[in-house]
Design a protein around this ligand. Structure first.
Ligand SMILES: [Mn+2]
Length: 448
């Protein structure tokens, strides 16, 4: 039977911080994700929407959360799939209306069969509606009918909503700062992903298939009651230079590195780790040069994650280290300023073409505005924010648009950790995942 990952007071706190921002004469409707069809009557595994998980921890399909102010306080209701013996024989047990109303942090539970009537009636008494659209066609239709109604109630009595607002940005702003309970869960997610990467290093050997490393990592997730938070990227040799490589179908040869970007989900919360290691257990000299450069950049990026620093402080720090390094290694033949560029868009971007940090939480690329207006250094980091730091340097042998020294051709390296912002400085949640060259060389192949 499903259970709640957080305390009732944690959920109630989230609900009230959100609802405090909504006018009392408005109705709030938050549907969960739709089920997705893979083939005919076979569905993709269902995952509830992060907003639903955030507000009440409810993970069954089709549900809709509704909040309505009764003049004294907000009343939070949940429309759920009712118990249905035939459906439950085929698809699994349901918590049902009674289960939901007694065991979940909500005030009232109703059957989805009653949703149309109850929501339509509630809309008539509301002046506006806060709805996340395009998730539940029924709710979208009910709200649209209400907004466009030309009924007597609407025209003569002035009843019904006249505005539609998307509440996502209000929720995103809450979700960007993590509570202690959330941080504890994210630490578990980080620990499990760290363990999976370590096991994959131990079991690596010359000729191992990218898919085998994927199976080791995802097997570790699954055997610990977890699952991936995004499809694992396992790229050997040149495949490591493809940022979102997903084929994972090539063997990794002697002398090649493998780049593994894989994270899991615990109670809905993602971890996101990248490590790069030589499958034969020994870095070559050119690989070592680039690895040390990326590692130095990553450590500088983590150090830049301080309360009050702007969001792009980590990116600036990694760009500086990598720019200097590429010049010193003779890979870039330009000034430091040319490597950095006016807006961190200089020559270094030929080989480090992505950002350094993204927010992490219920979504692996978590919600929340980090660079208002798309310009400047971004908002300032606050306690409780969690972000990744993930610089990378890539020398794809197949690229014709750039010149790459033969010595480094085919090397792609990224190192990624998950970092919690605290007033005592950055805390690396993924610190149990080895990243020093000596640690990696000792570990790789030690578990064969
Ligand atoms: Mn990432």
């Amino acid at each position: 039977m499903a259970r709640l990952p957080f305390s009732e007071s944690e959920y109630r706190g989230r609900q009230s911080r959100f609802l405090d921002k909504i006018p009392h004469d408005c109705l709030v409707l938050i549907p969960t994700n739709p089920a997705s069809i893979r083939s005919n009557d076979v569905h993709y595994p269902f995952r509830a929407s992060s907003y639903m998980l955030y507000l009440c921890g409810w993970s069954e399909p089709e549900s809709v959360l509704m909040a309505k102010h009764n003049g004294k306080n907000w009343v939070v209701s949940l429309f759920v799939q009712p118990n249905d013996t035939t459906a439950e024989i085929w698809e699994g047990r349901r918590i049902g209306i009674e289960g939901a109303s007694s065991g979940w942090p909500i005030d009232e539970a109703y059957s989805l069969l009653e949703m149309n009537e109850i929501v339509t009636d509630s809309l008539k008494k509301s002046n506006g509606v806060y709805l996340i659209q395009n998730l539940n066609a029924d709710i979208d239709q009910i709200v649209n009918d209400s907004l466009t109604s030309k009924s007597r109630q609407r025209n003569t009595y002035g009843m019904g909503p006249i505005s539609l607002v998307d509440p996502s940005s209000l929720l995103d702003e809450l979700r960007i700062r993590k509570s202690q309970e959330e941080i504890d869960v994210m630490q578990k997610s980080a620990d499990l992903a760290s363990m999976a990467h370590s096991i994959a290093m131990k079991k690596s050997h010359t000729g191992i298939g990218e898919w085998e490393i994927q199976a080791i990592i995802e097997g570790c997730f699954q055997s610990n009651g977890s699952q991936w938070s995004y499809p694992s990227i396992v790229g050997g040799g040149d495949n490591a230079t493809i940022l979102h490589y997903h084929a994972n179908n090539q063997p990794v040869s002697d002398g090649e590195l493998v780049l593994v970007d894989a994270g899991c989900e615990v109670e809905g919360y993602a971890s996101d780790i990248t490590r790069t290691w030589p499958v034969n257990g020994k870095f070559t000299e050119p690989q070592r040069e680039i690895y040390n450069l990326v590692l130095e950049a990553e450590i500088a990026g983590i150090e830049a994650c301080q309360v009050g620093a702007p969001w792009n402080a980590s990116h600036k720090a990694t760009m500086e280290v990598i720019s200097r390094g590429l010049i010193e290694l003779g890979i870039l033949n330009c000034t430091f300023e040319e490597a950095m560029g006016e807006d961190l868009d200089g020559k270094t971007r030929q080989f480090f073409m992505h950002g350094t940090s993204h927010s992490l939480g219920l979504d692996v690329h978590d919600v929340g505005v980090t660079r208002p207006g798309g310009k400047g250094d971004g908002r300032l980091l606050e306690e409780g924010m969690v972000l990744t730091v993930e610089p990378g340097v890539y020398f794809a042998s197949w690229r014709e648009d750039v010149e790459i020294p033969e010595r480094y051709s085919g090397i792609g390296i990224r190192i990624e950790d998950d970092v919690l912002i605290t007033k005592n400085g950055p805390v690396v949640l993924t610190s149990n995942c080895p990243k020093e060259i000596t640690e990696i060389e000792t570990l790789v192949g030690s578990g064969l």
